[in-house]
Design a protein around this ligand. Structure first.
Ligand SMILES: Nc1ncnc2c1ncn2[C@@H]1O[C@H](COP(=O)(O)OP(=O)(O)OP(=O)(O)O)[C@@H](O)[C@H]1O
Ligand SMILES: [Mg+2]
Length: 393
């Protein structure tokens, strides 16, 4: 569904005329002994809505600041539309930033806040450009108010209008919705997506909120420890994570340690504690004999017995329901396997089908096509210990 929506948007947006591709090559930035950005390379196509997603401290803001010219890389190159801007002064770059703190001028009214960049560059006639920008964010009626008389969400839109009025080639957004409450945040995400589609400027959006990145961006780059672990469409990243870090940072995953046990042509056979599981070869990200078999919690179903499970389904018997949490649209089960590993299962509340109280013995089953294979983590399976050699998609 996500893919369909994206392709429709692509065909209607003005992207190719107004945006510009941004390319980072081998960018490294240290602060003393701390490696904040580690040999990072990425190309952001013009007109795209690109999200940099990662946990706190992984180097997102530092990357953005280097693109804006507020920080200089120790090595590497930044190009915009083919032009090297690595050492160009910030105000000479066709780039604007919207920060988490909107940084509006409190003593200027909204109109003058939006007009600021244009006036500074010597534009005399600003009326229509400012009103166009205010119309875009649907707040033309607030032109004569001061920032202090606006709500957080309104200030956020004005900050956006103030950046867009300058017609930058790239708009950098650093957690622009961080100050908003959850409901307003979700509403603004849709707004921001609409605005990006209308103006067609390249948006580089930084966030640690996976839902925000996935709902808005065409392409998401998952960052960890100063590097990009995986890059792709939200669907690709979710359905086919390449590392344990991505598998756990984007939603939840059940990761079962297993050993290669045979070749079934299209599928690989993997032995997990004596159970033979099928993993599509195209979804296996490791050459090693030992690997992790992954499956998302909502892809698993629970059965009282194995007898009605179709022949070629992946299945694990002997699970015991440890915990049941009802969450409205779904029920979350924690199932303990005989080897003392706990699996998470989300079961949609369709109003039909069996329920499994704590203590029930169950078989868990899922389609082989929903299975993925990851390299085993040499340190642990935690999100902060993804293997260095498993990066990239
Ligand atoms: N000016 C600085 N001096 C020293 N260390 C810095 C400086 N700026 C950032 N760092 C460090 O570099 C690392 C990356 O910081 P950065 O601000 O890029 O993270 P981030 O991904 O934006 O995190 P968050 O989600 O918390 O905003 C952090 O460990 C941070 O403490
Ligand atoms: Mg940051």
């Amino acid at each position: 569904m996500i893919t369909e929506r994206k392709s429709t948007q692509k065909s209607t947006r003005k992207s190719t005329q107004t945006g510009s591709s941004l390319s980072l090559r081998g960018i490294t930035k240290r602060f003393g002994s701390l490696l904040a950005v580690d040999d990072l390379s990425v190309t952001i196509p013009k007109g795209s809505f690109f999200a940099l997603l990662g946990p706190s401290g992984c180097g997102k803001t530092t990357t953005l600041r280097m693109v804006a010219g507020l920080e200089e890389p120790d090595s590497g190159e930044i190009r915009l539309s083919g032009l090297d801007i690595t050492h160009t002064r910030p105000h000479k770059r066709p780039v604007n930033t919207v920060f988490q703190s909107y940084a509006l001028f409190p003593h200027l009214d909204i109109f003058e806040n939006v007009a600021f960049g244009l006036r500074r560059r010597g534009h005399k006639k600003v009326q229509s450009a400012v009103m166009d920008a205010l119309n875009l964010v649907e707040l033309p009626h607030l032109a004569r108010r001061r920032p202090g008389q606006l709500s957080g969400g309104q200030q956020q839109r004005i900050a956006l209008a103030r950046a867009i009025v300058n017609q930058p080639q790239v708009l950098l957004l650093d957690e622009p919705m961080g100050a908003l409450d959850l409901k307003l945040r979700r509403q603004m995400q849709l707004e921001l997506k609409r605005i990006q589609t209308e103006v067609g400027i390249t948006f580089l959006h930084v966030t640690h909120d996976q839902e925000e990145a996935m709902t808005m961006a065409d392409t998401v780059a998952v960052m960890n420890r100063g590097r990009i672990e995986q890059l792709g469409t939200p669907t690709d990243l979710y359905e086919s994570p390449a590392t344990t870090f991505v598998a756990n940072f984007l939603g939840q995953s059940n990761l079962l340690p297993g050993l290669r046990a045979g070749d079934l042509g299209r599928d690989l056979m993997v032995d997990v504690h004596g159970n033979k599981l099928r993993v599509p070869r195209s979804r296996v990200r490791s050459q090693d004999n030992a690997l992790l078999v992954g499956v998302r919690p909502e892809k698993i179903r629970l059965c009282a017995t194995a007898e009605f499970i179709p022949e070629n389904c992946n299945r694990l018997t002997g699970g015991v329901v440890l915990d049941v949490s009802f969450a409205g649209v779904s029920t979350q089960y924690v199932v303990r396997m005989p080897w003392r590993q706990d699996l998470t299962v989300f079961s949609q509340n369709l109003g039909v089908g069996e329920r499994f109280p704590a203590g029930s013995t169950v078989t868990v089953a899922w389609e082989p096509e929903h299975t993925f294979g990851l390299p085993r983590d040499p340190i642990g399976d935690g999100p902060n210990h993804a293997r260095a050699d498993s990066r990239g998609s």
